[in-house]
Design a protein around this ligand. Structure first.
Ligand code: NAP
Length: 312
């Protein structure tokens, strides 16, 4: 079968690190063009300054992958759907739940495929942890998500603007694993958000979760953006039978009682594009709003602490 032609909109860090190289290697997709406000292309493919220019010049391109920051995603996805495109969108999908609801309804109305990617969900270790937790239950959960903003978002000022999520931009990856694995609904009990005094989004977030479960599992999370010793992206589950399941390295490694039982190379974006191909074959959308909903509640429930200024 001929490869599907797809355009990438927004040629920033994640498009360059993951989307473009994965499309280059894909059996399902072939890059047709890029849309870049800075005029960044890929190989010899055409570059357009705006999506409207792409849609006018290459109407035959029916697929787009939107890799912009979340604060402009609603507008870009709406425009793509209106132009008759099937759409893949980076995480976090939008800045608000109402925008996401609107996109879901709009895709349905226009009978287009809309795919919301949560890349951290696409790891075999996460699936294994979910199966074990479904069988044995949960006594406690601890999420630690710490990294360096200077390493992972170099110079990206949008992360500090309203709607930029701050440390909750990586933190929502943890919540996408958490909501996928948990066998019962979880809610935010309390959260404390530390904001650099000169910025609009948090640099450190501490969360306590609750559930309606009678055995009252203890569940908490800590996100921090000033970790310079390397990434700590771990989620530890204590099961109802007393085993310790530890997802490490962003969900690519699973340890059970200290022993590594599953370790996969990170192929999250390969899996994402395979999933998009399957959704297109089935003409089916896939949008999971749960991580964004929980993160919205973190902000709604948040107590504010003022921290020191942040400078790059
Ligand atoms: P980035 O480096 O800032 O790139 C975003 C790109 O979007 C910009 O370079 C720009 O590309 C385009 N853009 C269009 N409108 C924009 C606007 N109003 N403000 C800023 N950029 C605009 O960010 P990123 O790290 O690639 O992140 C993009 C999305 O991917 C975010 O939602 C992020 O959460 C997600 N993500 C990031 C990572 C990571 O490790 N950084 C990992 C997974 C997911 P042009 O100049 O080409 O138009």
């Amino acid at each position: 079968m001929a490869k599907r032609k797809i355009a990438v909109i927004g040629v920033g860090k994640i498009a360059q690190d993951q989307h473009l190289p994965v499309i280059d290697k894909s059996d399902d997709f072939e890059l047709a063009a890029t849309v870049s406000t800075r005029g960044l292309g890929h190989g010899d493919k055409p570059v357009f300054k705006t999506p409207a220019e792409l849609y006018a010049a290459m109407p035959e391109i029916s697929l787009v992958s939107i890799c912009t920051p979340p604060n402009v995603r609603h507008q870009y996805v709406r425009e793509a759907l209106d132009a008759g495109k099937d759409v893949m969108m980076e995480k976090p999908p939008t800045t608000t739940i109402s925008e996401l609801d609107d996109l879901i309804a709009h895709a349905r109305r226009l009978d287009r495929v809309l795919f919301q990617t949560w890349h951290s969900q696409y790891n075999a270790a996460v699936d294994r942890a979910r199966d074990m937790v479904a069988k044995d239950g949960v006594k406690s959960v601890r999420i630690d998500w710490r990294e360096s903003v200077r390493k992972w978002h170099p110079g990206q000022d949008w992360v500090w603007e309203p709607g930029g999520f701050g440390v909750c931009d990586p933190g929502i990856n943890a919540l996408s694993i958490f909501t996928k694995v948990m066998p019962f609904p979880v809610f935010v009990q309390e959260s404390t958000l530390t904001f650099p005094a000169n910025r609009q989004t948090p640099i450190d977030v501490q969360i306590t979760f609750k559930s309606g479960q009678l055995h009252r599992p203890e569940m908490s999370a800590g996100f921090n953006w000033l970790e310079e010793s390397g990434e700590i992206w771990t989620i530890r589950f204590e099961t109802g039978t007393g085993d310790e399941l530890k997802l490490e390295k962003g969900g690519t490694v699973l340890r059970v009682n200290g022993e590594v039982v599953l370790e996969n190379p990170s192929e999250e974006y390969e899996r994402i594009y395979e999933r998009f191909a399957a959704l297109l074959d089935a003409h089916q959308s896939d949008v999971d709003a749960a991580p964004l909903r929980l993160m919205s509640d973190v902000f709604l429930m948040g107590a504010r602490v003022n921290g020191p200024d942040f400078e790059w």
